[in-house]
Design a protein around this ligand. Structure first.
Ligand code: AMP
Ligand code: ZN
Length: 114
């Protein structure tokens, strides 16, 4: 999608701290990290919000979650724990309208989230 920040990072048209890239997914460091590890996992294909997922996207979303768990494990966070978050639309605070899974780790989290 022409004017999408995360499509541009996936296409390497603008810089990103890319920590993983494969045929379907990219992962990169969040520019404003909220934890010692704060990585965003996105599909290369533009999908604006979780509301736009179709039944055919089930495997893709599963791959996103699995990649988050692998990055967490690679960084030594598996045993202590970590958080994964999808924000959808305004009430959840979504600001970039290309779906992304936040992986947050390296500190204790509070619950419920704000
Ligand atoms: P959300 O509020 O769920 O839409 O999350 C969007 C996230 O994208 C925020 O945590 C931002 O800090 C992050 N972000 C915005 N611009 C960039 C960028 N150029 N590179 C990396 N992360 C970004
Ligand atoms: Zn996009």
């Amino acid at each position: 999608m022409a004017d999408c920040l995360f499509c541009k990072i996936a296409a390497r048209e603008i810089p990103g701290d890319i920590v993983h890239a494969d045929e379907r997914l990219i992962a990169f460091g969040d520019i404003n990290p909220q934890a010692p590890t704060h990585v965003l996992i996105i599909p290369r294909r533009h999908i604006s919000t979780l509301n736009d997922l179709t039944a055919g996207d089930t495997d893709l979303v599963g791959e996103m979650v699995h990649l988050a768990s692998r990055i967490a494990a690679d960084r030594g966070h598996a045993a202590a724990g970590y958080r994964t978050v999808f924000n959808c639309n305004a009430a959840a605070g979504q600001t970039v309208f290309h779906i992304h899974l936040h992986l947050l780790a390296g500190r204790d989290m509070t619950w419920p989230p704000g």
